[in-house]
Write a protein that binds this ligand. Structure first.
Ligand code: PLP
Length: 433
């Protein structure tokens, strides 16, 4: 077997710079539950869950079995011409799982990005309007449509323009934008005034087709939309017949302590995009929404040869079975409390631990300097030393530690991860990193 370095050197010749955000000099061999093992046999506790696509953990036996059985039966036949039973039954299951007591339909794709492209297509087709609104700080993927919707990284939009026209990014009501001493109500009012400004100047509201929001922004730093702001936004869409869409690709399937992050707001969206943990990381995504919206396009306007792949659909059924049988949504909420207690204690103990935001097993921990400003170098250092100590974490926005383990992580594994994090924090406090 090759070493980590040998594999990385071979890969470096052919992998384009666009394809990897380099963090770790590590080559994965296998995973089990919340543990990852590299080709040299080193074990790591996974606090990234494959970017939230491994909520059921790595190689869950029920998911593996479903994949093997379906692969032996039918790997694929293009959905353009024939149905298959496992994919058809998944359609019904997902329609029933999505919030909203109204008839729904489901359009499959193969990535979160294409599910968000579908949001643009269906919103425009259904309303006959062209503007789409999304938010700064949002990550919606890397197809042209999804990059056009995203507002989180300059590198995404560089060198590839022009992006899709008529996608307007409004300022997200991120708590980091709150002024010193500003109340929550005053903050929401100020952010809402900023939202309304374009409509008073140049943006005709009757030409807005849809609004897409991540109720809790993931890559944007684990920042939640204030409830009062979400209410205003939703009411605005009702008043102006605008499609209200949510991106649950990162936060769905229990990540936030509820099945969907929009459940925290008790709103049933017109459209909802899902992917990632839908099939424990197998490449399948979907846009779920009101029947009349999903019936507004003709084939093949949103159709891929491999969409609704039966092996992925079987993995999705097994994933949903595991989420139900192992009460992973409740588990996320419960273990999230443990994590919240731990990181709040870290905040009290170490001055470089700033704000802590935790929603289920899903958190953002700001790392700051003496002046309370973002400390990117310290964050990078912490992540590197966590990796050396056998804990996989990444940063968001340069200085936010992202905490999102598989929801099946055991309490013991979580405690071990916390001990290792505290040890690295101690070393940082003593300038010993
Ligand atoms: N939307 C959100 C909220 C995401 O976090 C991501 C991926 O990180 C996407 C969309 C894009 O999904 P994919 O990478 O499967 O295209």
């Amino acid at each position: 077997m090759q070493s980590n370095n040998q594999v990385l050197a071979a890969e470096a010749d052919c992998l384009p710079t666009s394809s990897r955000i380099k963090y770790f000099d590590m080559v994965l061999d296998h995973g089990q539950g919340a543990i990852l093992v590299d080709v040299e046999g080193h074990e790591y506790i996974d606090l990234l869950a494959s970017a939230s696509s491994a909520n059921t953990g790595h190689a869950h036996p029920k998911v593996v079995q479903a994949i093997q059985q379906q692969a032996a039966k039918l790997i694929h036949f293009t959905p353009a011409y024939y149905a298959n039973e496992v994919t058809a039954s998944l359609l019904n299951r997902l329609a029933a799982l999505a919030p909203g007591d109204f008839p729904k339909k489901v359009a499959f794709g193969t990535s979160g990005s294409d599910a968000n492209d579908a949001m643009i297509k269906y919103s425009r087709a259904y309303t006959g309007r062209h503007y789409i609104i999304s938010f700064t700080g949002a990550y919606h993927g890397s197809t042209y449509g999804a990059i056009s919707l995203s507002g989180v990284s300059l590198n995404m939009a560089r060198k590839i323009g022009p992006l899709l026209p008529d996608i307007i990014k409004m300022p997200f009501p991120d708590p980091h934008l709150k002024l010193a001493g500003e109340s929550e109500a005053a903050f929401v009012d100020r952010m809402w005034q900023m939202f309304m400004l374009p409509f008073e100047n140049w943006l005709p509201v009757e030409e807005v087709a849809g609004i897409l929001i991540e109720p809790i922004q993931g890559d944007g730093g684990l920042v939640a939309t204030p409830h009062a702001y979400m209410d205003k936004l939703y009411q605005f869409t009702r008043a102006h017949n605008i499609v209200f869409a949510v991106d649950e690709i990162n936060q769905g399937f229990g990540r936030s302590g509820k099945m969907w992050s929009i459940d925290h707001y008790q709103i049933a969206p017109d459209l909802m995009s899902i992917g990632k943990s839908l099939a424990s990381g197998m490449p399948i995504s979907a846009l779920i929404g009101r029947k009349e919206i999903l019936d507004s396009l003709d084939a093949p306007a949103h159709l891929f040869t491999t969409s609704g792949n039966p092996v992925c659909a079987a993995a999705a059924h097994a994933t949903l079975d595991v989420i139900e049988a192992e009460h992973l949504v409740e588990r996320s909420a419960k273990l999230g409390q443990m994590a919240s207690t731990f990181f709040t204690r870290m905040q009290q103990k170490f001055s470089f631990v700033g704000a802590v935001r935790m929603f289920g097993l899903n958190g953002g921990i700001d790392i700051v300097d003496q002046d309370g400003q973002a400390d990117v170098d310290a964050t990078t250092e912490i992540i590197y030393h966590l990796f050396k100590a056998g804990v996989i974490m990444i940063s968001l926005r340069g200085n936010i530690l992202r905490f999102q383990p598989p929801l099946v992580i055991s309490e013991t594994q979580l405690e071990t991860a916390f001990q290792r994090i505290e040890a690295v924090f101690e070393a940082k406090a003593k300038n010993q990193l």
